[in-house]
Design a protein around this ligand. Sequence first.
Ligand code: DSN
Length: 424
Amino acid sequence: MIQDNKIFDLINKERKRQTVGIELIASENFVSENVLNACGSVLTNKYAEGYPEKRYYGGCEVVDEIETLAIERAKKLFGAEYANVQPHSGSQANASVFHAFLNPGDKLLGFDLSHGGHLTHGSSVNFSGKIYKSSFYGVERESGLLNYENILKIAKKEKPNMIIAGASAYSRDINFEKFREIADEVGAFLLADISHPSGLIAKKFLSDPMPHCHVVTTTTHKTLRGARGGLIMIGKDYENPFGLKFKNGNLKMMSKLVDLAVFPGNQGGPLEHVIAAKAIGFGEALDDSFYNYIERVKNNASTMCNEFISRGYNVVSNGTDNHLMLIDLRNKNITGKDAESALVKADITANKNMVPYDDKSPFITSGIRFGTPAITTRGLVESDIKNVVEMIDKVILNHDNESVLNEVKKDVNQMMSDRPLFNP
Ligand code: DSN
């Protein structure tokens, strides 16, 4: 075997970075050793284009069993009637849903990226904004909240073929029932992208999109704490889900469209090692211990949010219902970019983020996003969270003072020194 010390040294360096620091990127988490081992297993050697029992390659008996288990567990976890576990990522999952139910040039209505949406919800720099005609809804300037009457007005004006309900930096619960009313009123297909809060939704800490949305997509690695990848689900058997366009739609027909859109429409061979790891992650999320984890994620986020507010930080929407918060730093006279890089010097990782009605570019930004899924997995409890906010505050107030940043870094490393990287 050829030794590749270069890469393995770098992997060890990254393991150390993850171990010593405080991870606050809202979309990241730490998987279990079982998930990690499946990702690095011999399943990576296998080609399995197609679906269980309908493959284009021989020798798929074992991966068929694995993929079937992954599908069954995903369905049980979310109460879905159908699941496709092959999407390589959340973006691929969304691309496949568009491919299944839209034609190029059709209209999408999504959550504005700069207000907390996602690139694949119609952004002009993404395929979703290039292949489809996109328009956007956002949050209100004063409250930082979605206003469903405004969304209805925009939907009536834009007449989208598809509405996407979902976000990557919105800290409030989303009313999928209201979105469905809006979609029905304008005859649009409704997609829920729950990539961020899917762990909270699975354990019923937030509104459930499954009874209301035609299709639901999620990533599997954020609050869900599984392998990196995507998932597409359908919640129930719709008699006539698409208005005039697909008059005879039902679950069988819809799931066939999604299956064909994922493969061969959008992807080639599935990553069966990742699908096995997804199955393990779904199994862990079905366990009662995951409920306790998600409850701690939510409580930690709410404690963090209150601590920031009490220190004079401007939290967009003035609170959080989920695992994350978006902070507008303009009253602290620091950009998101500078805050992110000062925090990294203190071994605290977060990401700069546009805030609603931002006056700065996406490369600079006025905001920063924090989330608690990863630090909760590391075992941080509410009393630790207060210390974390104190450390962040110190960094932000002293962002150009290297010796303060070094002091904070020592405190960060000390705090994380006895916290295992793997989830229990
Ligand atoms: N939008 C990324 C995030 O929320 O971090 C994931 O695509």
